[in-house]
Design a protein around this ligand. Structure first.
Ligand code: AMP
Length: 396
């Protein structure tokens, strides 16, 4: 089966073409466009390029197109990207203005350019469908809750991949299989010892998810990707009382406050240097106190959320790091894992320093709980979900 993964930004379009089968996958081609103003033109150009390069002989050979959509109103999961899906994206355009409009337009356009192909949307919120209501709601009046204000969670594709892969690494094929087919069949009953994993997706955008028997039980992200950990330039958790106070005291409009909270906060805001952690480390090493504070705040927030989920699950069997910071930044990983021996996590710093962006175990051999790095591959995760969905769709 040929699956095209379409990554759509407000002015960009990137794609990857996979050949998928039960045994594995192969990347056949990849490409992209910047400064896009007309999706129809670039999609047709990409299809023509694939034919010109001899990757496909006709656009009809593409069986499915996958979209990693962020969140939709009253819709989640891995779904066929039809009119209902497009409407759900449009109805929440104000919550994800950088993502939802390009995906709604892109899905429509692919429907026209590849009418025979199955279009599949994997929502970033999909992994959180089984989080309890008690942990999903905010303590708000009913009217606020009725317009859809609640915790949704993001980075679902990445955390689900961690759930599957960590279960495999821990020899729990039962949990790995249940997680693999989660969007088709829901959680399967798991016999025996529960498996408790905390997944740390630490990158330009970061979140932490507690995973019990391969199913997410909660996450640091909330209604929008504006909560939880400090992000590269977004604030993370903020007391709602701070917004009206800052607007009145600084004399700024709601739009300006929103801009500062989404563009000038997070690691960028605290350090005043950069939104890239490599620059912040360099500044700290030269004695910059704001850079040191930004790093300390990030580590403190990560430990706060890891501790919360470990407690909710009654313990932890594996702690996993993924994404740009999680895969590369051995200083942050070490600080996160310091002094946790009482909780069964014994960190091996030699393994840690040796590990850069590869799958690895960072725990000492005698550690009761494991510590892993599992590199993220979001396109592949999406291609696998699309393959599962289309295969299942054709059977059912
Ligand atoms: P992501 O969003 O997963 O692509 O992660 C991007 C972020 O990861 C960057 O903004 C950096 O802060 C961080 N990052 C990327 N590469 C490295 C590296 N080699 N060492 C430390 N941090 C890195």
């Amino acid at each position: 089966m040929l699956v095209l993964i379409a990554n759509l930004g407000s002015t960009s379009f990137k794609y990857r073409l996979y050949r998928m089968d039960e045994g594995g996958q192969e990347v056949l081609a990849k490409g992209g466009y910047e400064r896009v103003s007309d999706y129809a033109a670039v999609i047709d150009d990409a299809l023509a390029t694939l034919q010109k390069d001899g990757v496909i002989s006709s656009a009809e050979e593409i069986d499915a197109v996958g979209f990693k959509t962020v969140l939709g109103k009253d819709l989640s999961g891995c779904v066929i990207a039809d009119d209902v899906c497009v409407k759900a994206l449009e109805d929440f355009a104000a919550v994800a203005p950088a993502h939802n409009p390009p995906y709604a337009n892109g899905i429509r356009q692919f429907g026209k350019s590849l009418p025979h192909a199955k279009l599949v949307a994997l929502f970033e919120t999909a992994f959180y469908q089984w989080v309890s209501e008690a942990r999903s709601i905010y303590a708000l009046p009913k009217a606020w809750r009725e317009i859809g204000i609640r915790r949704y969670g993001f980075h679902g594709a990445s955390h689900k991949f961690v759930a599957e892969r960590s279960a495999e690494l821990l020899g729990r094929a039962d949990v790995a299989q249940s997680t693999a087919s989660l969007y088709l069949h829901g959680p399967a009953p798991i016999a025996g010892k529960p498996l408790r994993v905390v997944s740390c997706h630490l990158g330009g955008s970061s979140s932490i998810t507690g995973i019990f028997n391969g199913v997410a039980i909660g996450t640091s992200m909330g209604f929008s990707p504006q909560s939880g950990l400090p992000q590269n330039n977004r604030v993370g958790d903020l007391d709602s009382g701070a917004l009206p106070y800052a607007m009145k005291t600084l004399g700024i409009s709601l739009e300006e406050a929103e801009r500062q909270l989404t563009k000038e906060s997070g690691l960028q805001g605290i350090s005043g240097i950069s939104n890239d952690i490599r620059d912040i480390h360099a500044a700290k090493n030269q004695g910059n106190a704001d850079a040191a504070l930004a790093l300390a705040h990030l580590v403190d927030s990560i430990r706060h959320w890891v501790g919360s989920f470990a407690w909710q699950m009654g313990g932890i069997d594996a702690l996993v790091f993924t994404a740009g910071i999680g895969e590369n930044d051995y200083t942050v990983r070490k600080a996160v894992c310091e002094g946790l021996e009482e909780f069964g996590l014994v960190f091996d710093d030699v393994r840690n320093v040796a590990c850069r962006a590869v799958e690895a175990e960072l725990s000492a051999p005698h550690s009761k709980a494991k510590i892993f790095v599992i590199p993220a591959n979001e396109e592949l995760v999406l291609a696998r979900e699309v393959f599962r969905k289309v295969t299942h769709h054709e059977i059912s």
